[in-house]
Design a protein around this ligand. Sequence first.
Ligand code: ATP
Ligand code: MG
Length: 316
Amino acid sequence: MFSLSNIDLENLINDRIIRRDIIDDTKGERVIEKVSLTNKKVLIKYGRDAGILNEVKVYENIICAEKDPVPKLLISKKLDNDTRLMVLEWIEGVHPDFSDSNDINLVFSSLGKWAGAWSYRIDNLQKEYEETLPNFKVLHSTLQEYEKTENNCIGKEIINLLNKCLNYSEEVLEVINKSPLTLDPGDISLHNFIIDSSEKVFFIDFESTKVKPMIMLLEHLGEDYESIPHTLTNIRLAMQTFLNDWNKAAKESIGWEEFEYCQLCARVYYKIGKYNYWIKRILQGKNVQETMGWIKNDEHQMQELLEVLDKRYLHY
Ligand SMILES: Nc1ncnc2c1ncn2[C@@H]1O[C@H](COP(=O)(O)OP(=O)(O)OP(=O)(O)O)[C@@H](O)[C@H]1O
Ligand SMILES: [Mg+2]
């Protein structure tokens, strides 16, 4: 774990420090702090993991507070060969409460606007920030590896479900790839939005930013995460709000039915990513009991998802 002394930090940002509060130093390779200076507060983020290096690149080259609802980048410095420091404007506000329809409206409307506006702006970014959507390929090889171990702890039913998913891989990827490209800030969750007192929504955290089909911003809607809208009513509200603002701002507009089917495909893709992670843990012998518990818990959802996909595929 590394840290910056007060004197080093004061020299770097050319200001006097009144107070420092650690926000997160649990990841060994990067630290986040709230820092009070003589006449303002700032957020500093420094480190050398892949996430912060990508985030620095995104702040320096792509996004800017004049055009985008993001904090101002005040200072960006190289601390040594592979360590970077960013000083960002401190945004005073609160994280959204996704059990509240007003907050869902605010955030998903901003997200729709963001995705729509970026559909015009990604032209030169595709190569550098490309996403190759590898989950099905990874599943295929992971299942082969699992079969070789002659281990049957996962159970036939789930393996059959996953093989059924593989049969849909071409269709699912084709549908996802039909949705227009945009800039996906990555990790859509309540922790990565701040709403200020005038109800402006700020996007923070660009560690996983990539150019992706727009539907991928909503790939995890439907999962039981507290950090995203997760009741049926709230998921629908989030999707409708998002699509409404996307259609006002984007190059190409999309109809509701097509959008819903596309989100279903994105969700199947996302789910496969989770199963890949779980099966790999089992293959590595890491917390097998705990991981099996997660799989058992999810099995019902996976089954339902495939049933809906079966129906929609035939209907389409
Ligand atoms: N500019 C800012 N103004 C105010 N608070 C901020 C700002 N940037 C980040 N934060 C706070 O710090 C938290 C962590 O920041 P951020 O999301 O950028 O880091 P992270 O590496 O993604 O951490 P995590 O993995 O916990 O999401 C945010 O959830 C938010 O509460
Ligand atoms: Mg975050």
